[in-house]
Design a protein around this ligand. Structure first.
Ligand code: 1HN
Length: 360
């Protein structure tokens, strides 16, 4: 083998290799002083044979998490926190605010009467509503009132604030792509004042313009992100149940649909793939893995997620994560509906997405 690596395929460094490497140390030291480093010492760690990630399968049960959200409300206001969010930290990536290598996930709670001030950032955000109804988010001057199961988008660099005029706390999952933005050192953020909170369009304007398979004849997209910034649960749920009556079940995904941008037919968001699936009671999917680590939010039902070596019993409002290239199966004890998001769309645009159905 004409490998330049100093270890064999089992990572065992031979005595001969070690002595040779000792002899090269003066060169390494000299080169280092000129900001030069030998690739051959790091090559196989940089270009791995298979996807490698420190992210591990993980599960956040809502009955465990909810008291922490409530306690967070006692120790800090939304005003002081700006956004009162508990980050879902992958246990293999602690301290990095990552649920996978590329994705952020957090649970945000907003109490009755609270307002989260306007700001904007290059990072795109998705909200998936976990609990409550009647709070709103305002995006680019248009309010949308949210309820559990709704999927709401904050496109890159749009002003957004949230408020809860209802009488119940509201909790949602925040998914953001800021680790991708930061990878490319492309982040900007601004805080807003009163002007940025002004509502300039009637609630429902976006839906009227783009939500009915019709578009105004002079329609010009503002960005690559879907102009529909709210996808109500009652619509998505109905679509899933209708699909389950019109199609054969998919062995690996049961009934799964992607949220789309109605203008392009492509992904609703340019940086995060967002999907919803229905797994009928008693069904178990066959093993599946992809290079897109995926975050799941359980809307309805109970069941089991086997992700790599981990087994999670899930119920409504739970969250779990399947890291890149880790095989998983999902089973439902009761009819289950799951929302999920990943960086798949970025990988597809770069031509690097891979998936595997079944075990190898
Ligand atoms: C953010 O702006 C929101 O606008 C939520 O509600 C979560 C996490 C990290 C960075 C910005 C929001 C966020 C966030």
């Amino acid at each position: 083998m004409e490998s330049t690596s100093s270890s064999d395929s089992d990572g065992v460094v031979s005595t001969v290799d070690r002595i040779a490497e000792q002899g090269r140390m003066p060169f390494y030291d000299k080169a280092s002083a000129e900001n030069l480093a030998p690739l051959w010492r790091v090559l196989h760690g940089l270009v791995t044979e298979q996807p490698k990630t420190n992210a591990v399968p993980a599960h956040w049960s809502y009955p465990t998490v909810r008291p922490y959200l409530m306690e967070a409300c006692e120790i800090i206001s939304t005003e002081e926190a700006e956004r009162r969010v508990l980050v879902l930290e992958n246990p293999g990536l602690r301290g990095q605010s990552r649920i996978t290598q590329s994705l952020f996930a957090g649970l945000q709670i907003i109490l009755p009467g609270e307002v989260a001030p306007a700001h904007r950032h290059v990072a795109s955000a998705l909200r998936f509503i976990v609990e409550g109804s009647g709070a709103y988010t305002a995006v680019a001057g248009e309010k949308t009132t949210m309820e559990a199961g709704d999927f709401v988008i904050t496109p890159s660099w749009t002003w957004h604030d949230h408020g809860n005029p209802s009488s119940e706390p509201m909790v949602w999952l925040d998914g953001l792509d800021m680790h991708v933005v930061n990878l490319m050192s492309a982040s900007f953020r601004e805080s807003g004042g009163e002007n940025e909170r002004l509502v300039t369009r009637a609630e429902g304007s976006s839906y009227a313009e783009a939500g009915c398979n019709l578009l105004p004849i002079d329609y010009k997209p503002a960005s690559e992100t879907s102009p529909l910034f709210s996808y109500p649960y009652r619509v998505s749920r109905e679509a899933l149940y209708r699909l389950s009556r019109s199609r054969d079940i998919d062995r690996h995904h049961a009934y799964k649909m992607a949220y789309i941008n109605p203008v392009t037919g492509g992904s609703a968001m340019p940086t995060m793939t967002t999907q919803i699936q229905f797994i009928p009671r008693g069904f178990t999917t066959e093993p599946y893995r992809s290079t897109a680590g995926t975050v799941f939010s359980v809307i309805e039902g109970t069941g089991r997620a086997v992700i790599g070596d981990a087994i999670f019993e899930f119920g409504p409002k739970d969250h779990f994560v399947a890291p890149s290239w880790t095989s998983f199966v999902l089973s439902a004890d009761e009819d289950a509906v799951l929302f999920s998001y990943s960086d798949r769309i970025i990988q597809e645009k770069l031509g690097i997405f891979r998936e595997l159905r079944g075990n190898d």
